[in-house]
Design a protein around this ligand. Structure first.
Ligand SMILES: [Mn+2]
Length: 482
């Protein structure tokens, strides 16, 4: 018996009918040091069982006195191949008392129903047991086959593998990509995760940053460096860029078009591509890293809205497999990104230094260490009443860093920063969020003393603020800022 059932509080068993099934069960129970009584009508067999030091008695399991014989047993397993005899046995036991836990072997669905009506607690129908086992074998065999195919395609890589997430990737896609990267590494193939668009939303950025997942922007990627291309979780997120020759395609959604790739695994019966990758990781028996396990678990949870949306048994078993390997502190942080003390300082500084013109806010946060704090501060400042665009800048070493966020649909903040700083520094972003960097040197060569630095900060701050308001289209009207 391969399945492990623990019935620890029940210690005394009876097996009625000791053919091959009954014998296998008896051996397993005795192995587990259970007290087992075997009843079979074949006297020779009973003798043989006794020779094996088993507690066996000869009796026809149809006889009413067999019910007395097993009355001190908590569990009775009626396993003979004669289903009519089994029916009699159940009837006798139930007539004697209601308490025994009775497991009975049936022969087909009809006798299954009859045995249940007679009072069996569990009915086993051999043909459905075999059918289940066959299906499970098929499933694992199929996975083994697919895993071999996928490994083959990965191993053909001579240069590098590019794993493309879907455009503006979310957790499922990033997690699946990180897992495929780990699978490739397992086969000695270097892989990069490549994305198109933006990693939007604070949780997604927190997810990528906290786990230290490295992503390559498609714009910066040299696609010629890759001779194998994989698309993960792509079907519902627009077309991949350019004329990509796709080798590997993994998704839980069917693609609208026919996918042309050497290896395709689409499973509409699971709810996350991260689930599919978890199955491969199990199949390859990969030593899954904490990062990949945490990423996959978050991917599954995010895609199923914490198991509330279209969750399948496969998603749950994948999550259960990942659970012990994942870092739950990180998961908690990803799910509720907390504000670092640095961000809080930057935010406090930005609030007190804010200048507001109309619905536009610009603020100088001074000398800072962590430029990521700027975009978080800008995001928070959008919560101020009447503010639709917020830009916060600060100085890190010799560079002014600026982050801006806008919820004003008439304004493209990416263009605003490009207009204001494109010629003296670098600006990047899109309509709702953008960043810019300007070398401090542009504002004069003051160096050295603390006093000079303060002067420089004020000069640069005024210049940046003026340029920003100009680019936002604000005339030098009277502001209502502080
Ligand atoms: Mn997905």
């Amino acid at each position: 018996m391969s399945s492990r059932v623990t019935i620890s509080s029940m210690s005394a068993y009876a097996i009625l009918g000791c053919g091959s099934v009954g014998h296998a069960v008896a051996e397993e129970l005795v192995e587990r040091e259970k007290d087992v009584l075997i009843v079979d009508k074949n006297e020779e067999r009973v003798e043989a069982l006794r020779d094996q030091d088993l507690n066996a008695q000869a009796a026809d399991i149809r006889d009413a006195e067999v019910a007395d014989l097993v009355s001190d047993r908590e569990v009775v397993l009626i396993l003979s191949s004669d289903v009519d005899a089994n029916k009699e046995a159940v009837k006798n036991i139930r007539e004697r008392d209601e308490d025994r836990f009775v497991v009975v072997r049936a022969s087909d669905p009809v006798t299954s129903d009859e045995l249940r009506e007679l009072g069996a607690d569990v009915v086993i129908n051999p043909s459905s047991v075999i059918a289940d086992a066959a299906l499970r074998a098929l499933e694992s065999g199929e996975l083994e086959y697919r895993a071999r195919q996928l490994a083959g395609v990965i191993q053909k890589t001579e240069k590098k593998l590019a794993v493309l997430t879907h455009n503006n990737p979310g957790p499922d896609s990033i997690a699946a990509a990180a897992a495929l990267q780990a699978v490739a590494e397992h086969f000695g193939v270097e892989a990069d995760i490549v994305y198109v668009g933006e990693v939007g939303r604070q949780e997604n950025r927190a997810f990528v940053n906290l786990l230290g997942i490295e992503l390559v922007d498609y714009e910066d990627a040299e696609m010629g460096d890759y001779d194998t291309v994989a698309l993960v979780d792509h079907a519902r997120a627009g077309d991949p860029p350019g004329e990509l020759d796709v080798d590997i395609y993994l998704d839980h959604y069917e693609s609208g078009d026919e996918v042309q790739a050497a290896f395709v695994d689409v499973r509409p019966n699971v709810s996350a591509t991260a689930t599919i990758l978890t199955k491969y990781i199990q199949e390859y028996d990969l030593n899954v890293s904490e990062t990949v396990a945490t990423a996959l678990l978050y991917g599954i949870r995010a895609e199923t809205l914490d198991f509330r949306r279209e969750t399948t048994p496969a998603d749950l078993t994948a999550a259960a497999y990942l659970y012990p390997f994942a870092n739950h502190d990180t998961l908690e942080q990803v799910e509720s990104p907390s504000m670092s003390p640095e961000t809080l300082d930057v935010l406090a500084e930005a609030i007190s230094n804010r200048e507001v013109q109309g619905s536009h806010l610009v603020s100088n946060a001074g000398f800072i260490r962590d430029r990521d704090a700027l975009s978080q501060a800008a995001q928070q400042l959008l919560n101020l009443e009447g503010v639709t665009t917020a830009a916060v800048f600060g100085i890190v070493e010799d560079t002014i860093h600026l982050a801006a966020q806008s919820k004003d649909i008439r304004m493209n903040i990416g263009n605003v920063l490009g207009d204001a700083f494109g010629d003296m520094g670098e600006a990047a972003g899109h309509s709702t969020q953008a960043t810019a960097e300007v070398p401090l040197g542009i504002f004069g060569g003051l160096e050295g003393s603390e006093e000079n630095r303060e002067t420089l900060l004020n000069l640069a701050g005024e210049a940046v603020t003026r340029k920003l308001f100009d680019a936002m289209g604000v005339e030098s009207e009277s502001g209502n800022g502080s």
